[in-house]
Design a protein around this ligand. Structure first.
Ligand code: C2E
Ligand code: CA
Ligand code: CA
Length: 679
């Protein structure tokens, strides 16, 4: 066996000396040292003197020349030989290496000097001269072997010039010839830092961009002060690991962590970090935080689809950016919420002008697939000096101001004032109270009768939530439903209302009262996945009063993916519930698809009833529509005998309102229906 492996120990590179041309081998025959020429291209020995034949355990030069050395050669050795060939071609290079030969299966370590040797046909081969058998310890051999095979680039530099030694990985990576340490670095400052710190600490490490055979790449580089083992001169041991892929991945990860994917704006995390830097570094800069969101953004999504919603958000991002100075910051906090941070705000007028520009830019129509979408924003502004308070306060103040804009009818700008902070605190307190109230079931239903206009009988009731507040008494829905909607508490409250309403209907049926119960379902509750579960659970109760429970939904619930909504509504009616549209006429119903929903009842909004007889044509229209759909029509908010008479004359099915009675607690409601024989 003639396996070969090798260890580089020294490298001498003299680019200025001419490359050796073909010289006859004859002289070598007279030497005691083993000398042979290795034909790298063919992995064969081209010439060998007698000593070499002895070393290789060959009977003759012909025998040795006949051996195919490639068969037992590892791929790393083969690759390295090609590298040597290139090195020889590039300049007059000599290596001294410890080679382990396996001439007869047993390892034989020999120190060999290599140099380029041109064959007669002009190809570059390798002249090998054995200096003698090495008597290294096995561990030395192994560590030297490891040095050769590692991917870590290891180079020993003289203090002021070229490398004294480069392992194969280093020679592969860096463009040879390497002139000196400094020239490996793209940024001279990195090299300076590395050397300065090494000088101070003995060893130093940093990540730096370096010039390599594959262009500029990132390396984790360490430099260590040492001395050359051969000459004793001061030297630098440099190790370098290519971390380009890793660094790219980390940079991308950081970019992703700081940015919002959809708009590529900064995100909440970045904004918060940026603000905390501002608090630290520029405490006396007058700043303003402009917090805005898109009015009725859900409606845009529902009406035009989520892609359109995304287009709107992306357009808003672009347009906002265009109104800002380069160093102003804009972040998307999530959903349709954006924040602009303006530094150096010295007067209110320029801030107002900035906000006007912003609103104007966003109010221009947004095109999505030829559909024109109009977006408006509500804005909340908080001005601040970073030295005062902490950063979460500012965001919160701007948010409170934004909330005020929404409350006062949207498409508005509100500047935060301390009074608003007080109101917001009250709201927070209310929210906490509400959570308790939902847990403690402090809610009851009052019932407002529904009158069959033709027969004059009470045929059902609408259940209306009341909060029995331990201190403040009976509270009306206006004071808690909107907050429940905002906070999501509506889902639990809604479940409670459904349970109580169902129980009441069962109870009345047991008492022999033929009454149906209508219950309000908020849009948020309707889109909650748990809603259908609750309905299913109630409907599978053996006592469930099939056909007696009506759910009142508003028109907003019907906007969006019609097939999906129709499917949902059909599932609900299939369980035995009836469906009413509440406040009909005030929403955005598209009359052309209303017929596709399984509706059993339309409740005319009281704003039309209160304007009778002027609003007569509209009411008449709804009555006709109800007839066409086969749905009952209920008029809400009937307050006078005249209104009831008008409705009776126009064949409206049912009436509900203070003229009959205001909503009543259960005992009063029962007493009312008992007393009332015919209205
Ligand atoms: P709504 O569904 O339109 O309920 C009718 C409201 O009109 C009730 O107010 C009722 O007291 C009032 N009303 C009845 N007759 C007259 C009248 O002749 N004139 C006037 N001016 N008003 C009349 P309430 O009980 O304060 O409820 C307000 C709203 O709160 C309800 O409007 C409904 O949208 C919501 N709500 C009430 N209970 C619930 C509930 O359990 N769940 C949900 N999601 N919403 C509820
Ligand atoms: Ca209602
Ligand atoms: Ca209503």
């Amino acid at each position: 066996m003639t396996k070969v492996s090798s260890l580089t120990t020294n490298l001498i590179h003299r680019p200025d000396e001419p490359i050796q041309d073909f010289v006859p081998f004859d002289l070598a025959q007279r030497l005691d040292a083993a000398v042979w020429v290795f034909d790298i291209d063919n992995s064969r020995i081209a010439r060998a003197n007698a000593a070499a034949c002895r070393l290789w355990r060959a009977s003759s030069e012909e025998d040795l020349k006949g051996r195919d050395l490639s068969r037992d050669m590892s791929s790393t050795v083969a690759k390295r030989l090609l590298q040597y060939q290139a090195d020889f071609t590039a300049g007059n290079t000599t290596f001294t290496e410890l080679w382990t030969l396996y001439p007869s299966g047993e390892p034989e370590s020999v120190m060999v000097v290599y140099s380029g040797y041109r064959l007669e046909d002009g190809r570059m081969a390798m002249m090998c001269e054995a200096l003698g058998q090495a008597e290294d310890q096995p561990d030395n051999l192994r560590s030297a072997e490891a040095l050769l095979h590692t991917d870590v680039m290891i180079t020993l530099f003289s203090r002021d010039g070229p490398p004294l030694y480069m392992n194969p990985a280093a020679r592969n990576a860096f463009k040879t010839p390497v002139v000196d340490f400094a020239r490996l670095f793209v940024e001279p400052t990195d090299c300076d830092e590395l050397l300065d710190q090494m000088e101070r600490l003995g060893e130093y490490r940093l990540v730096s961009r370096m010039n390599t055979a594959r262009g500029q790449r990132w390396f984790d580089v360490s430099a260590k002060k040492c001395s050359d083992a051969v000459t004793g001169q001061p030297a630098i041991l440099m190790t370098a690991i290519d971390v380009s892929e890793l660094k790219e991945a980390r940079d991308t990860a950081r970019h992703l962590a700081d940015r919002d994917q959809l708009t590529n704006l900064h995100n909440r995390t970045f904004l918060q970090n940026h603000l905390s830097t501002l608090y630290r570094v520029r405490p006396d800069t007058p700043c303003a935080l402009i917090f805005f969101d898109v009015d009725r953004f859900k409606l845009i999504n529902d009406r035009y689809g989520h892609e359109a919603g995304d287009t709107v958000l992306k357009q808003i991002a672009l347009r906002t950016r265009a109104t800002l100075r380069a160093h102003d910051m804009i972040a998307r906090l999530g959903g349709d919420e954006f924040v602009v941070l303006i530094e150096d705000v010295h007067d209110r007028a320029s801030l107002e002008a900035q906000i006007s520009r912003l609103r104007l830019a966003i109010s221009r129509p947004i095109l999505h697939n030829k559909t024109r979408i109009d977006a408006r924003i509500s804005v909340g502004v908080a001005s601040f000096f970073p030295r005062k308070g902490d950063q979460s306060d500012v965001l919160r103040e701007a948010d409170i101001a934004l909330y005020a804009s929404k409350q006062s009818g949207r498409d508005k700008v509100t500047y935060f004032t301390p009074e608003m902070g007080v109101a917001a605190k009250a709201r927070d307190r209310l929210e906490i109270e509400l959570r308790h109230a939902v847990e403690n079931e402090e809610f009851v239903l009052y019932y407002q009768p529904r009158l069959d206009i033709e027969t004059g009988k009470i045929i059902g009731a609408e259940g209306l939530a009341r909060w029995m507040h331990p201190e403040r008494g009976v509270l009306l829905p206006d004071s808690f439903i909107p907050i429940c909607e905002e906070t999501g508490l509506i889902e639990e409250l809604g479940r409670l209302v459904l349970e109580v309403g169902c129980r009441q209907a069962i109870d009345w049926a047991r008492q022999g009262r033929d009454l149906s119960v209508s219950l309000n379902v908020s849009p948020r509750q309707f889109s909650d996945p748990g809603f259908i579960n609750t309905l299913t659970l109630l409907a599978t109760d053996p006592d469930f009063p099939t056909g007696k429970i009506e759910l009142e939904v508003t028109e907003t619930v019907l906007i969006g993916d019609h097939d999906l909504i129709a499917g949902r509504l059909r599932a609900i009616t299939a369980m035995g519930y009836r469906l009413a549209i509440d406040d009909f006429g005030t929403g955005y119903s598209n009359l052309s698809y209303i017929s596709r929903f399984p509706l059993t009842c339309l409740k005319i909004d009281r704003s039309f009833i209160s304007q009778l007889p002027e609003s007569g044509p509209i009411v008449q229209l709804i009555l006709t529509l109800g007839q066409q759909l086969g749905a009952t029509v209920v008029s809400e908010g009937v307050e006078t005998a005249e209104q009831l008479a008008w409705l009776s004359d126009h064949n409206c099915d049912e009436a509900q309102g203070y003229y009959i009675t205001a909503p009543l607690p259960v005992p009063e409601f029962e007493a009312f229906t008992d007393r009332l024989l015919v209205f």
